[in-house]
Design a protein around this ligand. Structure first.
Ligand code: GDP
Length: 201
């Protein structure tokens, strides 16, 4: 169990260009600056696998990493950029949606959310759309270290409650902090339940 080796494989512009889907994969997505790169680096214990960038919107490709020569971890471009043109946004959305809707070996899509924020329309709409595609989704509330020990569970419970206005059941939820290494074991165990166990029981 765990992640021992992580290597960058390739960047693709379209889902059709992604590696042959002969292994299971999980993907990570979220609004830019949510802490996606930091989380991927924390999970893989690799200081600089995914680029932590000060410039939102820099990674606009589908990045595949090979984990332990066994499964793929995919870093998807962030969504909801204010800084890119309408046309750029549309093609980015097309890339992301094409990937999620068509990638046959995608076992789980992790949608990252900043734990300090209330549910945002763009996130909820994206979750709904992904669920409609029949893709298993899970949520990761990032930057848990930014809240106090008492505020954290309250905020997570409030988020869950807000989602229950849209759904009868909440997707699986995790709390993480790349700064403090929180959530690593739980998230990896969950991924392995898909990769080795054929899904969450
Ligand atoms: P991305 O754009 O989603 O890939 O986000 P990054 O990983 O580049 O992180 C965006 C900013 O949030 C950076 O300044 C990070 O240092 C910071 N950050 C990311 N994760 C955490 C975390 O768990 N805790 C704290 N306090 N800051 C974080």
């Amino acid at each position: 169990m765990g992640i021992h080796r992580a290597e960058f494989l390739c960047s693709s512009q379209k889902w059709e260009q992604c590696p042959t889907p002969d292994r299971g994969e999980v993907a990570f997505i979220g609004r830019s600056n949510v802490g996606k790169s930091s989380l991927i680096n924390m999970l893989t214990r690799h200081g600089a696998l995914a680029k932590v960038s000060g410039t939102p919107g820099k990674t606009q490709l589908i990045n595949h990493f090979l984990i332990d020569n066994d499964w793929y971890l995919v870093d998807l471009p962030g969504y909801g950029f204010a800084k890119i043109s309408k046309k750029g946004r549309a093609s980015l959305e097309q890339m992301i949606k094409g990937y999620v809707a068509n990638r046959e070996n995608l076992y789980c899509l992790f949608i990252l959310l900043d734990v300090r924020h209330e549910p945002q329309r763009i996130d909820v709409e994206f979750m709904q759309w992904a669920a409609e595609q029949g893709v298993a989704i899970a949520l990761i509330m990032t930057k848990a270290d930014k809240l106090s020990k008492t505020a954290l569970p309250k905020q997570v419970a409030a988020y869950r409650e807000a989602l229950l206005e849209y759904w009868e059941e909440c997707p699986p939820m995790f709390v993480s902090s790349a700064e403090k290494g929180i959530g690593r074991d739980e998230i990896i165990e969950f991924i392995e339940s898909f990769i080795h166990g054929g899904g969450e029981e």
